[in-house]
Design a protein around this ligand. Structure first.
Ligand SMILES: [Zn+2]
Length: 114
C-alpha cells in the first residue's frame, strides 16, 4: 500500500499545482480586461463571462480544498480510509479520484440523503 500511496500523493500534489494555476488565471482574467471594457456591446457578454468564470473558480476552489484535505490526511496517516465508516477506500476509486474521502458505499449513502 505504501508504494501505491506515494503515487497517489504525487498525483495529488500535481493536481494542487494545476488547480492553483487555473484559479490564479481565472482571477487575473476576471479582474482585468484591457481593451474590452470601453465597448458597450461587449459588457453583457463580459458579465456573462465573469459569472461563468466565478462559477468555474468556485468549482476549482472546492476541488483544491478536497485535494488539500487529502494531502493533510497523508500527513496524519489517515489517507485512504473512509471518513464515515473508517474502512479502507478501494484503490481503484482512489486511483480515479485521489482526493476521495469516502468509500463508495458511504458516498452513495450521502448522495441518497440529499
Ligand atoms: Zn465508508
Amino acid at each position: 500500500m505504501a508504494v501505491k500511496q506515494d503515487l497517489l500523493k504525487k498525483r495529488l500534489e500535481e493536481q494542487r499545482v494545476r488547480l492553483q494555476e487555473q484559479i490564479s488565471q481565472l482571477t487575473i482574467g476576471g479582474q482585468d480586461h484591457p481593451g474590452y471594457s470601453n465597448h458597450m456591446a461587449d459588457d453583457a457578454s463580459e458579465v456573462f463571462e465573469q459569472a461563468k468564470n466565478l462559477a468555474l473558480r468556485q468549482t476549482l476552489e472546492r476541488q483544491l480544498e478536497q485535494v488539500e484535505k487529502a494531502l493533510e490526511r497523508f500527513e496524519r496517516g489517515t489517507y485512504g480510509y473512509c471518513l464515515d465508516c473508517g474502512e479502507e477506500i478501494d484503490y481503484a476509486r482512489l486511483k480515479a479520484i485521489p482526493s476521495a474521502s469516502l468509500c463508495i458505499n458511504c458516498m452513495q449513502r450521502r448522495e441518497g440523503r440529499r
